[in-house]
Design a protein around this ligand. Structure first.
Ligand SMILES: [Mg+2]
Length: 361
């Protein structure tokens, strides 16, 4: 269990034993708890964690009052799992293993549910969290205010949301963030091993090489990468999250559990091994980081490979990779960072067109 400092003022009921599930505490900006030292904080929006499509439709078509009425009427009915649900479950499975190995350590994942929803919806969210026995102790209702201040106060290591505008705002503030999309079909993912797959350029790395490719084409890109092979790439928005995962992996290695580590990471890049892979690997090494597996697809579609890996989440900066992955059953998350966001693809336009004026998160 975490212990919090004296500033803790949230009304929370903490379990005394591991067998009792907590009642999430409801916070606002006045009552933010200090982050447990060394915790890896994941902020997840209610619509990423749960499927609230039907409720969102009611809100958009019938308005706020009907929406709230519906939520209250269905208060004891748990929401169906959303796209980030399997990821959060796997994160909790890792925490269980960490608690067994290091009972007194605060080096754990810490999940905060972030929502701009009305307090009435909060009750249904709490019921849903308890229904699925999720270990989410912190629950932040922002009352429609911008989430950025809250994310910073929580020192969020990752923010997952279904609202691309909020994610974009977070990325612009230097917070690792991604918009999660529900996959086209359900793929079974492991329950005891958290698998996280990252794209390279404009996700783990900056978009500096991507810019060369977009401006001058593939040949110039290869040339550039060869010439700069020994110059590490700058870091991208998700580098810190890979680092955080690596820190937890080390804790398992230290107990002789390298082969049975419940966290596995993947680099899934369109770079080709021979021509441009070296710089990617050398960059990771220069940071003191590694992924358990590195897949160089040389421009081949990422979806089929991800279908084999079965990660809980895959991060990419390009919507066509996100869509390709989601079509084949991977929970894919879009990182709106870098030069690719400026290239108006059909997909990007469609996303914008389909976006409702206001979304409840
Ligand atoms: Mg990329």
């Amino acid at each position: 269990m975490h212990t919090f400092g004296e500033q803790e003022t949230c009304n929370q009921s903490s379990p005394k034993t591991k067998n009792v599930w907590p009642i999430p505490s409801v916070c606002n900006i006045m009552f933010i708890q200090p982050k447990p030292q060394n915790a890896i904080t994941i902020a997840v929006s209610s619509r990423a964690l749960f499927n609230m499509d039907r409720e969102q439709d009611i809100y958009e078509q019938q308005g706020m009052e009907d929406y709230l009425k519906y939520q209250i009427q269905h208060e004891i009915e748990p929401f169906a799992p959303g796209p980030a649900f399997p990821f959060i479950k796997a994160v909790e499975a890792v925490n269980t293993r960490l608690r067994e190995l290091y009972p007194d350590s605060e080096e754990l994942f810490d999940v905060v549910l972030m929502t701009s929803n009305h307090a009435h919806v909060g009750l249904r969210l709490i019921n849903s969290i308890n229904h699925y026995q999720l270990f989410i102790e912190r629950f932040c209702m922002t009352g429609g205010n911008s989430l950025i201040g809250y994310l910073k106060a929580y020192h969020a290591n990752l923010y997952l949301s279904a609202d691309s505008l909020k994610v974009r705002e977070a990325i612009e503030e230097g917070i690792a963030a991604a918009t999660v999309f529900s996959p086209g079909k359900i793929t079974e993912v492991p329950e005891t091993q958290l698998r996280v797959a990252f794209d390279g350029d404009a996700v783990l790395f900056s978009d500096e090489s991507e810019r060369i490719y977009k401006a001058h084409g593939l040949d110039k890109f290869f040339e550039h990468e060869k010439a700069h092979e020994n110059k590490p790439l700058d870091h991208g928005p998700l580098k810190g999250f890979l680092e955080a995962l690596g820190k937890l992996q080390q804790k398992f290695y230290a107990k002789g559990q390298r082969l049975d580590c419940p966290i596995r990471t993947y680099l899934v890049t369109a770079r080709s091994a021979a021509s441009s892979g070296t710089r990617a690997l050398k960059t990771l090494r220069s940071w003191g980081l590694e992924t358990d597996e590195a897949l160089f697809l040389a421009g081949a579609p990422k979806g089929p490979m991800l279908e084999k890996i079965r990660p809980h989440i895959f991060f990419d900066d390009q919507m066509f990779h996100v869509e390709g992955a989601a079509e084949l059953g991977t929970v894919a998350a879009h990182v709106p960072y870098g030069i690719a966001q400026k290239v108006q693809s059909k997909t990007a336009r469609d996303v914008k067109k389909d976006m409702p004026a206001k979304q409840l998160e």
